[in-house]
Ligand binder design. Structure first.
Ligand SMILES: C[S@@+](CC[C@H](N)C(=O)[O-])C[C@H]1O[C@@H](n2cnc3c(N)ncnc32)[C@H](O)[C@@H]1O
Length: 249
């Protein structure tokens, strides 16, 4: 979990809004792992314990959204832009992706339906994500541009950051193990950041098959921590301009 350098004192968590419970992600079958799949986890306890994350953590993901993914989406003339952060921990990555996409959509003068899903195997991190409530990051935690975006979409006070209602209606969180295959939901962009290193190459290949099964044609995958062996047989190729960004060949 990341508390982005909270200021003095602990922020007081606001009451959870009514719509926070409703999750429309149709990814189902949470946490049903058969023995074979269980073996591909290199260290289950370590993966569960390592939930560090923070707002606007990884520029590469946001550059991918602005420079490659959204231009690709707009040229595909689809009406729904759905993104998924697998292994999202307490949700900061999901809200950050949504803020960047909202900013790009505003610039484009188009109005696609935006959905951003976050999933994790850690139930307390998912609860935190749903609350949309975090410690206030220090001023130098990220660039002035990201601060301007955060100020637009979240409420910031001296100790805390609370995601605004627009973000909370767009971002949905669910307890889900990506070793299971999600059902009937399709994404234009899937992000798997700081997770795959916990799996051996068989595990990485298995997870990639699950992710590819719900990727829109022409969509993109951001895969940090994948090995050459993990990519084997996936049919994914590097996009080229952004490190760790892949397209289906
Ligand atoms: C280090 S955090 C990364 C958080 C965020 N993606 C980021 O980069 O800031 C790794 C997260 O992956 C989650 N995780 C590990 N294996 C998973 C799996 N099979 N399905 C879903 N989440 C998983 C862990 O619970 C943890 O919260």
């Amino acid at each position: 979990m990341a508390l982005n350098n909270p200021g003095s004192g602990s922020p007081k968590r606001p009451p959870r809004p009514a719509n926070d419970i409703a999750i429309s992600c149709r990814a189902t079958n949470p946490i049903s792992i058969n023995d074979d799949l269980g073996k591909v986890f290199l260290d289950e306890n370590q993966a569960k314990a390592t939930t560090a994350t923070r707002l606007f953590r990884n520029d590469e993901i946001f550059n991918a959204i602005t420079k490659v993914v959204m231009p690709g989406f707009f040229s595909a003339t689809r009406s729904k832009f759905a993104m998924w952060s697998t292994g999202c921990s307490s949700g900061e990555e999901v809200y950050s992706m949504a803020m960047i996409a909202l900013t790009e959509i505003a610039k484009s003068k188009r109005s696609p339906l935006l959905e951003v899903f976050g999933t994790d195997i850690n139930s307390s991190r998912i609860e935190e994500a749903r609350s949309g409530f975090y410690g206030r990051p220090s001023r130098d935690a990220f660039t002035p541009n990201y601060w301007r975006i955060l100020e637009k979409y979240a409420e910031i006070d001296s100790n805390s950051v609370t995601m605004g209602s627009k973000l909370r209606s767009i971002c949905k969180f669910k307890l889900f193990d990506m070793r299971n295959c999600p059902k009937k939901h399709f994404f234009f962009f899937i992000v798997c950041n700081h997770v795959l290193q916990y799996y051996d190459s068989d595990g990485q290949q298995h997870i990639l098959r699950n992710l590819k099964a719900v990727l829109n044609p022409g969509g993109f995958l951001y895969l940090e921590g994948i090995t050459t062996a993990g990519l084997e047989g996936s049919g994914l190729v590097k996009e080229g301009s952004i490190p760790n960004l892949y397209v289906c060949s």
